[in-house]
Write a protein that binds this ligand. Structure first.
Ligand code: E4P
Length: 297
């Protein structure tokens, strides 16, 4: 079965990147683009940001923010209802109030923003305050079912759906079945009220995209390279008997992630949300963000 642009499966397709020219190209290639996710790594790799750095001009914090704003303002009108996710700067010392202040400012940049907070305790607290203020959120760097349960609890009462982004590829990279986490979260959320949508992220291959669609992930964010491969194969969709092979690039079986019975009505801070990949992810985003900055005078 192939994708018919006028009769699409329910999963929304987002581009994972930080270059408006790429968004335009991919939208032209597919004939649609539901949304986009950005992050500090993609902003650091943006061709304009790179051009400035290569010409010897590292950015001030204000210039970096202005670049990010200009990038998302150019992407915003290109995408559909899944919006553009914009990530706050957060390290291990950033308080929820500091994240929220950034989130409130970024939310005003474009009409279709989702604010990305990390699955850290302060990120969850920032998300809780954000949804109370009507700010749409995307909880990023999710690597465990406990984190997804905490996202559910912290964003209860959200006026519009909140997103949670399980990072499949980074789990696969260390030998665990990342798509199994998506399956577990979908199963757990099936018992809930539907206010959190699963945005499958950190894709490495076309099978991840097909299985995300087969699992009914509400959204999936995909690097340009994988979307190009999908288009080159005429946009296949998973058949009813689609079988996902949980193997790494070398064909070695990935370790299953067991399902856990968790109580979605429990307070968010009762869940053990610590995960070393979240900490590593925060460290990497901080480092990529700082790589574009001139040293403070
Ligand atoms: C999604 O929002 C993330 O930015 C993204 O999928 C990260 O993927 P990576 O593991 O390829 O960096």
């Amino acid at each position: 079965m192939l994708l018919d642009v006028t009769n699409r499966p329910p999963t929304k397709i987002l581009l994972d990147g930080g270059d408006p020219e790429e968004s335009l190209r991919i939208k032209g290639l597919l004939g649609f683009l539901d949304g986009q996710t950005t992050n500090p790594t993609y902003v650091a790799k943006n061709p304009e940001v790179q051009r400035r750095i290569v010409s010897g001009h590292k950015l001030s914090a204000k210039e970096q923010k202005d670049e990010y704003k200009s990038i998302v303002q150019r992407i915003s009108p290109l995408v559909g209802t899944a919006g553009v996710s914009i990530e706050v700067f957060a390290d291990f010392d950033t308080t929820a109030e500091q994240m929220l202040a950034q989130g409130e400012e970024m939310y005003g940049w474009i009409p279709n923003a989702y604010i990305k907070y990390p699955c850290l305790p302060e990120g969850l607290r920032a998300a809780q305050m954000s949804v109370q203020k009507g700010i749409r959120v995307n909880m990023t760097l999710c690597f465990s079912q406990e984190q997804a349960a905490a996202v559910y609890a912290a964003t209860k009462g959200a006026y519009e759906s909140a997103y949670v982004s399980p990072f499949v590829g980074r789990l696969d990279d260390r030998g665990e079945d990342g798509m199994g986490l998506v399956r577990n979260i979908k199963k757990m959320y099936a018992r809930g009220d539907g206010h959190v949508h699963v945005l499958t992220a950190s894709l490495r291959r076309l099978e991840h995209l097909l299985y995300a669609i087969a699992l009914g992930s509400e959204l999936v964010t995909v690097p340009a390279k994988t979307l190009e491969e999908w288009k080159a194969k005429d946009l296949p969709l998973p058949e009813a008997d689609f079988q996902y092979m949980a193997v790494n690039a070398k064909g070695k079986a990935l370790k299953p992630i067991p399902y856990k019975e968790l109580d979605l009505s429990a307070p968010w801070d009762s869940f053990d949300i610590k995960h070393e990949l979240t900490d590593q992810g925060v460290t990497r985003f901080v480092s990529d963000y700082k790589s574009t900055l001139a040293p403070a005078a």
